[in-house]
Ligand binder design. Structure first.
Ligand code: NAD
Length: 460
């Protein structure tokens, strides 16, 4: 459904509000049915999804399955756990309230807005939707306009499989996004850059709308000398160059123990050739940059430091070769903003304390990677740094586990989702206390004379 008029947006919100008021979305059987419908929509349209991703990002089919169509796992997880998640939870009460019962009821928030980013354009719109449906909400999705084929496909699929009074898609760019965020929603779930995240939160504040902000930033990757070199190199190259480096949790830069740097650099080069051949331009397994604007931004980074391997570019194909860069300074532009492309700067350290100090002097990252078998080092990194998530001896994979909440901290985001965390994000936990008429102890009622000492004992 393509809507560009504010009046259309208002109409959709109104129709969703009245549908929500019917209470239908609160029914667990209804939610299960809708999750199954969503599963069917993805399952039956896998080819169209891979084609749209190919058109937008030249995304290899393997990557489309591994990182986008894999949203099917999220749907299955929600279907499997929905009954448990939605059950009211009895909680204990303190002894002075022995005749009460206390429960926590999860309830849906209402009508929610999901704004997606372009790098995993299918997953980043549909995965939050799983949480929104599971929690019993109506939803409007605004996919990224920078991945237009995927945006149109999402609009077509949602229109075909769902009533727009329940789930709708509004396509468009910044202007439409701004019209949407000016409206009153019960929650806004945003995936995108930190700067836009501030705009979203500012607009939401006008309506006291709560937000989840899934943002980005520079995710460091530390490589100690106690490693399996080959495994380390492969896992770094995979996590950095999948989707041509346009991944919010891609290792942004390497911090490498100088004792192992030469060997690691050699192994990384070997891996690049193994994965993408001597001519990555011709590799069917290597994606393209999303737009000319991002291409030009990335090309500017190639002026920093010294290129070890890669550096070739082709504007008409929006191609940038997988590139390793040495001798960058922490004050170079490439070390000042999120790279979000296939360029990997390598910085060496002599003492791990320097690496940790550098990380702690910067905004909290979305992901932090450490390659090391040294347990003490693993523990001290966990203790001494803060980040959205941590992955030890691998990259990226922590975001594919439904039982792990995924989200940032500080500048890398607010809130989380995936699995139960997604259900929680789109739920309000309502506290309910119940008394009975069996007893009515008078200790709390006026006149208070003679009752304070009893109260003090309770408190005491
Ligand atoms: P973006 O912030 O430019 O755009 C995201 C969405 O916001 C789009 O739908 C866009 O239409 C909308 N938008 C853009 N400008 C707006 C404005 N002024 N007002 C209202 N809405 C506006 O982000 P992007 O370029 O699509 O994605 C890249 C960024 O997203 C990177 O920083 C990356 O790290 C981050 N990201 C984070 C995650 C995560 O899960 N944490 C996942 C993917 C991407």
């Amino acid at each position: 459904m393509i809507n560009t008029e504010s009046s259309n947006i208002t109409e959709i919100i109104l129709s969703q509000r009245s549908f929500f008021q019917t209470g239908k979305t609160k029914d667990i059987a209804f939610r299960l049915e809708q999750l199954k419908t969503l599963k069917q929509a993805v399952t039956l349209n896998q080819q169209a999804i891979t084609q749209a991703l190919q058109a937008d990002l030249n995304k290899p089919e393997f990557e489309a399955y591994a990182t986008e169509i894999s949203v099917l796992k999220e749907i299955d997880y929600a279907i499997k756990h929905l009954n448990t998640w939605t059950k009211p939870k009895k909680v204990p009460v303190s002894v002075e309230f022995f005749y009460y019962s206390a429960r926590i009821y999860p309830e849906p928030l209402g009508v929610v807005l999901i704004i997606g980013a372009w790098n995993y354009p299918f997953n980043l719109s549909i995965s939050p939707l799983v949480g929104a449906i599971a929690a019993g909400n109506c939803a409007i999705i605004k996919p990224s306009e920078l991945a237009p084929h995927t945006s149109h496909l999402i609009a077509d699929l949602i229109t075909k499989y769902f009533d727009s009074a329940y789930i709708a898609v509004v396509e468009g760019g910044v202007e439409i996004s701004q019209k949407l965020i000016a409206e009153k929603f019960d929650h806004i779930f945003f995936t995108g850059g930190t700067a836009i995240g501030k705009i979203i939160m500012g607009a939401a504040a006008q309506n006291l709308t709560p937000v989840t902000l899934e943002l980005g930033g520079k995710s460091p990757c530390i490589v100690d000398n106690e490693i399996n070199l080959q495994h380390t190199a492969r896992r770094i190259v995979w996590g950095k160059f999948i989707n041509a480096g346009q991944t919010c949790i891609a290792p942004d830069y390497l911090l490498v123990d100088q004792k192992i740097k030469k060997d690691l650099v050699n192994e990384l080069q070997k891996c690049l050739k193994e994965f993408y051949s001597e001519q990555p331009f011709n590799s069917p397994d290597y994606a393209r940059i999303i737009s000319q604007k991002h291409f030009e931004r990335l090309v500017n980074f190639l002026k920093n430091g010294e290129i070890i391997i890669g550096g070739e570019t082709n504007l008409s194909e929006l191609y940038i070769a997988p590139t390793l860069i040495d001798h960058v300074s922490v004050i170079d532009p490439i070390m000042q903003e999120e790279i979000f492309g296939p360029i990997l700067p390598i910085i060496e350290y002599t003492d791990i304390a320097e690496a940790i100090a550098l990380i702690n002097s910067r905004p909290k990252p979305l992901a932090l990677y450490l390659f090391s078998q040294n347990k003490k080092l693993q523990n001290s990194l966990l203790q001494e740094t803060s980040s959205g998530g941590v992955c030890l001896n691998d990259t990226i994979v922590h975001c594919g586990i439904s039982s792990l909440p995924f989200g940032g901290v500080g500048d890398s985001g607010i809130g989380s989702y995936h699995g139960k965390a997604g259900f929680d994000t789109f739920s309000h936990y309502k506290s309910v206390m119940q008394n009975s008429f069996l007893l009515d102890l008078k200790w709390r009622y006026a006149p208070y004379k003679g009752k304070l000492s009893l109260l003090k004992r309770f408190l005491g």
